[in-house]
Design a protein around this ligand. Structure first.
Ligand code: PEP
Length: 252
């Protein structure tokens, strides 16, 4: 039985004081919650402060991106070791905003996935089609290409430690979520890709989150789908009530 995993991607939002305040609220109000994993992803500059607010709580933390090289002349980048130093357990990799706005390729994401796994952290690897790709019937082809490219070279032990987030680009930040049936269809296809590459036991064990306009009001029906193991939440993770409402939906 896979555990549900709800993750909040704060993106490039909040200031230091409001990031700490949100983390404190989540820490306090999640103390009684059992049976679901929780994590937040503040802007990197605030990870240290947020980590102090979350220390000892039910909420883990991570980063929204990392660079694959261990150190050196890579101005503006941060390494896996730096992220570990701040107690991060997770790194989001290949988010659609990084792919589509900042030009990340599957090859770049793949290097990061290996670096994160080698560092002992859990990567959350995002895949998802654009509206044009969906409307021209290429969703599965795009998903398969992204999975095979971003997760190239992972052995069985590594894929078990990897979280995949299916995030249709057209549903991110638009208020227009995939229907539970649309999301479930792709999650099932992802398990088939994993079963073909590894085996069905591994395919069943990998945590696959859905992301794209998840909110308290639609969480329950999305998260009750058999192959949806949690949510990667953007906008709705910036408000404690909404985020905890999504967590409640995961437990319902
Ligand atoms: C995201 O940031 O990964 C995301 C899914 O955003 P939103 O929930 O705002 O659509």
């Amino acid at each position: 039985m896979r555990r549900k995993f709800i993750a909040g991607n704060w993106k490039m939002n909040l200031d230091r004081a409001s990031a700490i305040a949100l983390a404190q609220q989540l820490a306090e109000r999640s103390s009684h919650i059992e049976g679901v994993d929780l994590a937040v992803f503040p802007p990197s500059l605030y990870v240290d402060a947020v980590a102090q607010a979350l220390a000892g709580s039910r909420v883990a933390w991570g980063v929204q991106n990392v660079y694959h090289q261990p150190n050196g002349a890579f101005t503006g980048e941060i390494s896996v070791a730096m992220v570990k130093d701040l107690g991060c357990r997770y790194a989001i990799l290949g988010h659609s905003e990084r792919r589509h706005i900042l030009g990340e390729t599957d090859e770049m994401v793949n290097k990061k996935v290996h670096a994160v796994l080698d560092g002992g952290l859990t990567p959350i690897v995002c895949v998802g089609e654009t509206i044009d790709e969906r409307e021209s019937g290429r969703t599965m082809e795009v998903i398969e290409r992204q999975v095979n490219g971003s997760l190239a070279g992972l052995d069985a032990a590594q894929i078990r430690r990897t979280v995949i987030a299916y995030e249709p680009v057209w549903a991110i930040g638009t208020g227009k979520n995939a229907t539970p049936a649309q999301a479930e269809e792709v999650h099932l296809a992802l398990r088939k890709i994993l079963a073909d590459r590894y085996n069905s036991e591994i395919a069943q064990s990998v945590c696959i989150q859905y992301g794209g306009s998840v909110k308290a009001s639609n969480a329950r029906e999305l998260l009750s789908q058999p192959d949806i193991d949690g949510a990667l939440v953007g906008g709705a993770s910036l408000k404690a009530d909404e985020f905890l409402g999504i967590v409640a939906g995961a437990l319902a």
